[in-house]
Design a protein around this ligand. Structure first.
Ligand code: 4AD
Ligand code: MG
Length: 466
């Protein structure tokens, strides 16, 4: 009689007694003369199901071909387990080998399972316990993000990946072109002639969906984007990727305070969702690598984030320096804070997340709402323990004249931004938004140390494997 395959996650919840069929990859095989034990994992859970195989002529021949990494099917009786650490195990009556796995060549057979080594075999690392846990958490978090915004009536807006505008103005864009690089057409000034390019103008991969997001918010009220963004900054740090995912809500009629309230509620909701729905995976990561992980997650849910003016933050850092704290980078009013400064405020001074606001306008993007002092803008960065900046956002400049003046001041191209400025020309409204770096969130939720280890196939300088 044919029976349907049951996933390991579901098997482990079942009562002993029924006939089951499991399929998956062998984690380990051990045994003695009479009996073999196989730990089988199919990716549905961090947990393995133990398979017990009685040795006879037929199974011995099969077992000789089954090693770590092999893909097999097991049919048998689900029985109560005495020693496997689970309530049930499978007593096999039939084995099927789908794919053998050469122990001499299998890259995960090696003793070296450091994250550095695993990055060199990133095509195989999803098969490890750790990356299984991380990738399941990543998927669950994506689901929770959509669920959160849908429950609040936000519209999911897809913004373009190829764009002719530079949202952040930091000059970190990847060019997109179909021009022949060996024979670039030139204009009269001797510069590349982009009118001959695919889109008839110079284009790049987007650094942010915000500008188009604002078009959506000023029509639909509340939107969010969730997609890949690209930055060609040459930062080889544990917190930067060249291709990362960002969630960008944008809301009409929100001021900076509403924006902060949403950001805080959003992050707390996601962390709580992870604890409520992914506990097995989090517990694994906690026990294996980061014994404070669960406490850290719980503490964020249970605490009010500090809200602090940039100017006050600088005073705290200057005071710290007076008291002997040493930073690599200088601290003065006007400076763009480094991760070491952010982490000092969060981890040492306040010991909880901080939302820093009122930044100097010169270190922030052109679209931020200017304060009456003429010096600062209604920016907000959410700073997290172990991570530093996890969210960047602001209230937007809704005043047409002020926005245009700022665009000119920064010598940005008005022509390229006419469509954006139209939102201020026609029915302008107060509005705000922010961007959450998805991988930064995952660093926090998983406790992983390096951002390359929370995305399946990382893109970083000099690395675009697979
Ligand atoms: O602070 P950023 O540059 O803000 C924006 O792009 C705004 N347009 C967002 C908005 O208001 N809609 O980036 C937002 C977040 C950062 O706080 C960080 O979490 C993440 O994106 N981020 C990166 N994550 C990984 N690798 C990088 N290179 C990142 N750069 C930014
Ligand atoms: Mg930022």
């Amino acid at each position: 009689m044919e029976i349907l395959r049951t996933k390991v996650k579901d098997l482990l919840q079942m009562k002993a007694g029924s006939e089951v069929l499991a399929k998956g990859w062998v984690r380990t095989k051990r045994g003695n003369k009479e009996i073999a034990f196989i730990a089988l994992n199919d990716g549905s859970t961090i947990k393995n199901v133990q398979v017990v195989v009685d040795k006879n002529e037929k199974t011995e021949a099969q077992l000789s071909k089954i090693s770590t990494g092999a893909c097999i099917g097991v049919r048998g009786q689900l029985v109560e387990s005495v020693g496997s650490g689970q309530a049930v195990e499978i007593h096999a009556s039939e084995l099927e080998i789908f794919g053998e796995c050469d122990p001499m060549r299998y890259p995960l057979q090696k003793k070296d399972t450091s994250f550095e080594y695993l990055r060199t075999v990133a095509h195989m690392r999803p098969r490890t316990n750790t990356f299984g846990a991380v990738l399941r958490l990543r998927s669950q978090m994506a689901y929770a993000i959509h669920e959160y915004f849908h429950s609040k009536g936000f519209v999911y807006l897809n913004t373009p990946l190829i764009t002719a505008s530079d949202c952040e103005g930091a000059g970190q864009m990847f060019q997109v072109t179909t021009l022949d690089l060996n024979n670039v057409p030139k204009n009269k000034k001797g510069q590349p002639d982009f009118t001959k390019d695919f889109f008839g103008k110079q284009t790049s991969l987007t650094v942010s969906g915000q500008l188009e997001g604002e078009l959506g918010a000023t029509a639909l009220g509340e939107i969010y984007t969730f997609g890949p963004t690209f930055r060609a900054e040459n930062s080889n740090t544990p917190r930067h990727l060249a291709e990362f995912w960002m969630i960008e809500p944008e809301m009409a009629f929100y001021d900076i305070k509403d924006n902060m309230d949403l950001a805080e509620d959003f992050i707390k909701h996601l962390v709580k969702y992870a604890l409520d729905n992914c506990y097995d995976d989090i517990q694994f990561l906690n026990d294996r690598y980061d014994p404070e992980l669960i406490d850290r997650l719980k503490s964020v849910i249970g605490t009010d984030f500090v809200r602090l003016e940039y100017t006050e933050g600088i005073k705290i850092l200057e005071e710290a320096i007076k008291n002997g704290v040493q930073f690599e980078y200088p601290v003065y009013w006007g400076v763009d804070l480094q991760s070491e400064h952010e982490r000092y405020l969060v981890e040492k001074h306040f010991n909880k997340p901080v939302i820093l606001t009122g930044y100097p306008k010169d270190i922030k993007a052109f679209y931020m709402k200017q304060n009456e002092d003429g010096k600062t803008v209604r920016a907000m960065d959410v700073l997290f323990p172990k991570i530093g900046e996890i969210i960047g956002g602001s209230e937007r400049e809704a005043d047409l004249a002020k926005l245009e003046a700022r665009i000119d001041e920064l010598q940005m191209s008005r022509k390229n931004l006419e469509w954006y400025v139209d939102t201020r020309r026609f029915g302008s409204c107060p509005h705000s938004g922010f961007g959450l770096g998805f991988e930064r969130l995952l660093l926090f939720v998983t406790g992983m140390q390096n951002i390359r280890d929370v995305i399946p196939f990382p893109r970083t300088p000099k690395n675009a494997e697979y």
